[in-house]
Unconditional design. Structure first.
Length: 80
């Protein structure tokens, strides 16, 4: 969900958070885990922005708060 700005340059390589939510919906996925954000400053968006935008996009799409998660660095989670 990271490394997406500027869109004109990254759109063919990385999804932004809103696109990731649409992809999850298109695939009829029940759960998703966001990756590829916050480790290195690769592009123009602030490093903490991707999970914030993901949470907003997921809420706007009516997804449950735990349906699409962006794990913190080092965090683990069991998925059933």
């Amino acid at each position: 969900i990271g490394a997406y700005n500027p869109r004109w340059f990254m759109k063919d390589h990385h999804q932004n958070p809103e696109e990731a939510v649409r992809c999850m919906q298109d695939l009829n996925a029940k759960r998703a885990v966001a990756t590829h954000w916050g480790t290195f400053q690769l592009t123009l968006e602030p490093m903490a922005e991707p999970p914030q935008r993901l949470a907003a996009a997921a809420a706007e799409a009516g997804l449950a708060p735990d349906a699409f998660v962006a794990l913190r660095h080092g965090e683990t989670r069991w998925l059933d």
